[in-house]
Design a protein around this ligand. Structure first.
Ligand code: ADP
Ligand code: MG
Length: 142
């Protein structure tokens, strides 16, 4: 299977609780390679744009406020089957339903403050990677 990418964000509450190290460790242990990474902070407008697909949902306004409330760490991750394997590593959106040993089970605090983002398709992974990174930010391991 071809190597592909996913885009993650370590969300503001997890950065605030100093979970960046433990979460990155789990990501590396699971076989993902970091192709690009940065600490940044989303403006309200950037958070609105990133989550535009959810703009009709009742949780959208709160989500935008939360995601722009503090620094995040975002990264492009490379692995075979990256999108599905990363969704498996992070666990269900609601940490109450996340499997034992997943990042969200271990580090999430609530349905909204659920520690990490992971892309939901190869197409969105590419769109989200381009949202945060220029081609020149990205290391090529191949
Ligand atoms: P995922 O991040 O697992 O792909 P979604 O794309 O459905 O989940 O939702 C994006 C983010 O919005 C979630 O990670 C979570 O932070 C927040 N969210 C989703 N559903 C709810 C909800 N019902 N109430 C509050 N926040 C939610
Ligand atoms: Mg999603």
């Amino acid at each position: 299977m071809a190597v592909n990418i996913t885009l993650t964000m370590i969300k503001p509450e997890a950065v605030g609780k100093n979970y960046v190290g433990p979460i990155l460790n789990m990501i590396n242990e699971a076989g993902f390679k970091i192709a690009a990474m940065k600490l940044t902070k989303l403006s309200t407008r950037q958070a609105e744009a990133f989550y535009a697909v959810h703009s009709d949902r009742p949780f959208y306004t709160d989500l935008v406020e939360f995601m722009s409330s503090g620094p995040i760490v975002t990264a492009i991750l490379e692995k075979e089957n990256a999108v599905a394997d990363f969704r498996k590593l992070i666990g269900a959106t609601n940490p109450a339903n996340a499997e034992k040993g997943t990042i969200r089970k271990l580090y999430a605090e609530s349905l909204q403050k659920n520690a990490v983002h992971g892309s939901d398709s190869d197409e969105n992974a590419q769109v989200e990677a381009d949202f945060f990174f220029a081609k020149s930010d990205r290391v090529d391991y191949m």
